[in-house]
Design a protein around this ligand. Structure first.
Ligand SMILES: Nc1ncnc2c1ncn2[C@@H]1O[C@H](COP(=O)(O)OP(=O)(O)OP(=O)(O)O)[C@@H](O)[C@H]1O
Ligand SMILES: [Mg+2]
Length: 364
């Protein structure tokens, strides 16, 4: 079972030096607000995905008034252990190393040590913008399919170049032809990406339906609808027609980068009508589907990270989520109140479990 054995943290967020030796079962990090619990999850996540889940700006993670940070994690894939290290300078320059060899492309980390994260930030998936939803699904699809990740990178590069050409035409520096030369590649790569996306999303929907069947008696039913930007078959035609509008906007308005996803909870559009608890519950169900799709497609059990776990979940819901922890997963959970585990009958003293207490350094 894949798991992280240990992590060394140096100058990351509020941590100057910290060392955690994790167990293979339930690991609970507890402490007051601001003691650095989420930062530990963020550090583990960064070594798994190559970036933070809280910010796109790497510089923010460097501890204030310091020059460099480093993270070093030992990931056990069952048969072997790999050391993954990140060194980052205050300039923002950063390098990853796998067993001391420089990693040329950060994308190669993705899918190696998959993590499923349930955190308040992830709530963007049900509450946020279409862009937030696309980011989420791109991340999951990339974790389960290397082919998708590679194609996505190529497609994004093409769109970026087509957009630059659009902007050049707007500035009167070049002719419309400079945009049109990108059309053929946009259509051919975009169509492939769309087809691949459609097959993966079907698998995801299938997993969501299975989860629904399991929890339906608790009155929670989540439906995922994929809303593609347009018809795949007419992409070429639509792209040609869009030229005028694209020139006005300065970016490409049609293609798979404009898809959307909708969630219905008990038949109502979640984003518009969902209560706080329903949002969280829906997220939990989606995350369960995410765990299963990763498991079936990569053969790896992801590491589960649950941030601020008990907030906003009622007892019964928290209980059914905790039943997951009996599965074959390593979990890292943060909470302010360690007693919650006892209330749910979880014995943290078992040999595969561990607890870590963090203290806030400056008192308010
Ligand atoms: N770059 C940084 N340098 C120094 N301190 C930072 C930096 N970034 C964040 N912090 C501080 O680190 C502290 C820890 O934040 P973190 O979100 O990990 O706490 P937490 O234990 O998860 O708290 P909560 O229970 O409220 O979620 C916060 O007080 C935050 O202001
Ligand atoms: Mg936190």
């Amino acid at each position: 079972m894949p798991h992280i054995e240990a992590i060394d943290i140096y100058n990351f967020r509020n941590h100057d030096r910290a060392h955690f030796v994790f167990k293979r079962g339930v690991n609970v990090i507890w402490g007051e607000n601001g003691s650095g619990k989420t930062a530990v999850l963020e550090a583990v996540y960064t070594l798994s995905m190559g970036r933070s889940f809280r910010t796109h700006n790497h510089k923010e993670t460097l501890k204030e008034n310091t020059d460099s940070l480093s993270l070093k994690g030992l990931f056990n894939a069952g048969s072997n252990t790999k050391e993954i290290r990140l060194n980052q300078l205050s300039s923002g320059q950063r390098k990853f190393f796998v067993n001391d060899a420089v990693l040329k492309k950060t994308k190669d980390l993705i899918g190696e040590n998959p993590i499923v994260l349930l955190s308040p930030e992830e709530q963007r998936l049900t509450k946020g913008t279409p862009g937030d939803r696309r980011n989420y699904f791109n991340k999951v699809f990339s974790t389960v399919s290397q082919e998708y990740l590679n194609m996505l990178i190529v497609y994004q590069r093409i769109i970026k170049q087509r957009n630059s050409a659009l902007q050049e035409v707007r500035r009167g520096r070049t002719h419309e032809k400079a945009v049109e030369v990108w059309n053929e590649q946009t259509v051919s790569v975009g169509t492939k990406l769309w087809r691949l996306k459609t097959t993966i999303i079907e698998k995801f929907i299938h997993e969501i339906n299975k989860i629904n069947a399991k929890y339906n008696n608790e009155g929670s039913d989540i439906v995922l609808r994929f809303v593609p930007e347009g018809d795949i078959e007419t992409f070429e035609e639509r792209l040609k027609k869009a030229l005028k509008l694209d020139l006005v906007k300065g970016w490409t308005t049609v293609g798979p980068h404009r898809d959307d996803y909708r969630f219905l909870f008990n038949e109502r559009l979640l984003k518009k009508y969902g209560s706080q608890g329903e949002h969280k519950l829906a997220l939990v169900l989606i995350k369960m589907a995410e765990i299963n799709i990763i498991k079936t497609n990569t053969g790896k059990n992801p590491i589960l990270m649950l941030d601020d776990f008990f907030a906003k979940l009622d007892f019964q819901r928290a209980d059914s989520l905790l039943s997951l922890l009996n599965g074959d997963y390593q979990t890292i959970i943060t909470t302010t109140d360690i007693e919650d585990f006892e209330k749910h009958g979880i014995n943290l003293n078992l040999k595969n479990n561990a607890t870590f207490h963090l203290e806030r350094k400056c008192k308010v």
